[in-house]
Ligand binder design. Sequence first.
Ligand SMILES: Cc1cc2nc3c(=O)[nH]c(=O)nc-3n(C[C@H](O)[C@H](O)[C@H](O)COP(=O)(O)OP(=O)(O)OC[C@H]3O[C@@H](n4cnc5c(N)ncnc54)[C@H](O)[C@@H]3O)c2cc1C
Length: 402
Amino acid sequence: MNPEAVDVAIVGAGVAGAATAWWLRRMDPSVSVALIERDPQFSQASSQRSASSIRQQFSIPVNVALSQFGLSFLKQAPDLLTVDGQAPSLGLTLPGYLYLADDTQAPALAQQNAVQRGLGADIHLLNPEDLTSRFPWLNTQDLALGSHGLGVEGWFDGPALHMAFVRAARALGARWMAQTVEGLVLQDAGVEHRRIQALRLADGSILRCGQVVNAAGAWSRALAAMAGLSLPVHARRRTVFVLSCPVVLPDCPLVIDPTGFWFRPDALIPSGGQRFLLGTTPQLDADDLPLEPQLQEFSEDLWAQLAHRVPAFEAVRIERAWAGYYEMNIFDHNALIGPHAQCPNLLSITGFSGHGMQQAAGAGRGLAEWILHGQYRSLDLSALSPDRVVRNQPLFEANVIG
Ligand SMILES: Cc1cc2nc3c(=O)[nH]c(=O)nc-3n(C[C@H](O)[C@H](O)[C@H](O)COP(=O)(O)OP(=O)(O)OC[C@H]3O[C@@H](n4cnc5c(N)ncnc54)[C@H](O)[C@@H]3O)c2cc1C
């Protein structure tokens, strides 16, 4: 490969960029790919700070389909992503998501269930009696309905999946560049349809490229701005709390409370009890807040709601917490995948708004197909095109968590 030129330059080696690189090299080894990452330790990357859960309970068909593919990919990933005989261990666990609804929320939950089941998602509606008999530790007093995806939803080791994609993409010949992209060299800058000719890197070098993939996560708006484009992706901090509970909750799924918080099991505690992860939407949701976990977000109110839903949580203790950025698409909370009409050789794979870990495998496959063939060949991702922002036609997803 000419070291100063590459067919596809991928900016950002989080799970989205690494998955795209892996698919590109797997589909066509003749295509040269550079994976460019300014922070090789991934100290701020969302892919190392994810709660890494996967569900099919979305309201939009393309999101359901992406996660269905994500699940089948996760099942095969230990084989597909083996490098030098080392298969990644991804800890896929599938006790389901459990969405809980009160009287006012129940009709919408039932309606979404019909969409999901129509797409082949095996999600079951449970009335309060069913909920009590399945999950005796749950307070169902004020609930009207639940929906549960046993065996098709759950969680996995997302940071391990991310690193497995990075290693496997490099093993397939993607060129690793520990560099910051500082600028774009544009042909016809300022005109309606511009083209990127090259990337300007922090060490002063120039990398010529045929296509550029914006996989810069929470920082992808800044990269798009280098091409004169505005992208509605903002870095929004989310805190995940690690709780210990002296009591084990048998068969506990990832639970979404009607008030908005979520929790899921993490691990059993050897001395007894169980560890849980918990998250909620913060009241202060400004851009680019420092990546420090916000213990005060675990408010008295949240504590009370938690103990109301699971009386055993009366005794939980906060063990620790971490924070990461959602790469939040404030336009419509859905991924932005594909080329930009005003700059067709800049392609985005960003804006996942809290569901990018589970969608990365399918999104990367789709973008690789688009780059190689100019069309989607497996799953049609055109509904997620960034053009919808320019056309002001949002694609609303009802089930955004946090
Ligand atoms: C707390 C939390 C919980 C989550 N829970 C879930 C979940 O349960 N399920 C789920 O599916 N998803 C979840 N997500 C979302 C998921 O983790 C993200 O959508 C996904 O990791 C985004 O991956 P990415 O590759 O787009 O971004 P990142 O992993 O952030 O990678 C982007 C990379 O780009 C690099 N970069 C940026 N600018 C430049 C530049 N100019 N030059 C070179 N490199 C650059 C950065 O250094 C970074 O490493 C969660 C996220 C958070 C923060």
